[in-house]
Ligand binder design. Structure first.
Ligand code: ADE
Ligand code: ZN
Length: 337
């Protein structure tokens, strides 16, 4: 292990952009296919990994939704979450705010209850086992219509005391945030936080819409915001957290190579950027791999890495006193290492 890797691993950090379905490793996909007697279009684990060669977001989403078909029972969702939290704990993650896509499951007949209770069981287990706390964020699939999002919000009602916020994911281009303004307004009226993927493949206008129409508390990706100086200034001035995902950006061809990643430009522009893994089973690495890849390609120094980790706590939806505790422990760790 390099010094850089062990330093990043030791840094206490939060993860704020992680799709739990995107943490389904091929080995678990095969095990669940067998357990549930579901057939999958792959002959072996190697076959699955070979299929993970994407030229854009949609290429990936087609495989990601197909993979999720093996998830059928509460135990499956619990096992999925447990596998992620074990990896995250080993990476020094102390708190994680995970996305889930209920419509991917309810549309194939899996009740919302199975998904939510399975994930919540895995979350409780991670806190008991690793002291790793977590929150759930319900994402609406933006390629579906707003009525379907409203139905999902309705199905979630009995669990709203255990769901922190709503998000917006799936195919970005052609599905602007404006399509979901009313459902986000309803969700915020129920006391939920709001986040949205914007500016991953979509233009800066989608980021403006996420701010002004969805009233987001946090921006997922946001890479293309840098194309608009006024927007960048607005994000910096308002202290908006960006959940940036370097290996995802590389695998989905948002950037041509890691040397072109904008993470250091984001920090220099005064943006509260964080580093996250997005869909680690599909993009070749968990959160430490993302910090290390970005640091090596862009020459991030120790202070940058500590800033990114500090931003991850500051941008979390934890209560202020808990954030302050995490930041104090991070600063103490950084001073001692
Ligand atoms: N769903 C899972 N990962 C995603 C991403 N990076 N962008 C949009 N939707 C997603
Ligand atoms: Zn994402």
């Amino acid at each position: 292990m390099t010094n850089l890797t062990s330093f990043v691993q030791g840094l206490p950090k939060a993860e704020l952009h992680l799709h739990i379905e995107g943490s389904l490793e091929p080995e678990l996909m095969f095990a669940l296919a067998e357990r549930n007697k579901v057939s999958i279009p792959f002959a072996s684990v190697e076959d699955v990994r070979a299929a993970y060669d994407f030229s854009n977001l949609q290429d990936f989403l087609d495989i990601y939704y197909a993979g999720a078909n093996v998830l059928r029972t509460e135990a499956d969702f619990c096992d999925l979450a447990t596998a992620y939290f074990d990896r995250a704990a080993a990476d020094g993650v102390r708190h994680s705010e995970i996305f889930f896509d209920p419509q991917t499951h309810t549309d194939r007949g899996i009740p919302f209850q199975v998904v939510a209770d399975g994930l919540l069981a895995g979350m409780a287990e991670a806190e008991a086992k690793h002291g790793l706390t977590s929150k759930l964020i319900l994402c609406f699939l933006r390629h579906l219509d707003e009525d379907a999002a409203f139905e999902t919000l309705k199905a979630a009602e009995p669990w709203l005391d255990r769901i922190e916020g709503v998000g917006l994911d799936s195919s970005e281009v052609g599905h602007p945030p404006s399509k979901f303004a009313r459902v986000f307004e309803a969700a915020r009226g129920m006391g939920l936080k709001a986040v949205a993927h914007a500016g991953e493949e979509g233009p800066p206008e989608y980021v403006w819409e996420a701010l002004d129409l969805l009233h987001i508390d946090r921006l997922d990706h946001g890479n293309r915001a840098l194309e608009d100086a006024k927007l960048t200034e607005r994000l910096a001035q308002s202290g908006m957290t960006l959940t940036v995902c370097p290996l995802s950006n590389l695998k989905l061809c948002v950037i041509p190579d890691m040397a072109a990643h904008p993470i250091d430009r984001m920090l220099k522009a005064g943006l509260r950027a964080t580093i996250n893994s997005d869909d680690p089973a599909y993009f070749g690495g968990y959160v430490v791999d993302n910090y290390v890849a970005a640091a090596q390609a862009r020459g991030l120094d120790r202070d940058d890495l500590v800033t990114l980790a500090r931003n991850s706590f500051l941008g979390s939806f934890l209560p202020p006193a808990e954030i302050a505790g995490h930041v104090a422990r991070l600063d103490a760790w950084a001073a001692a290492n």
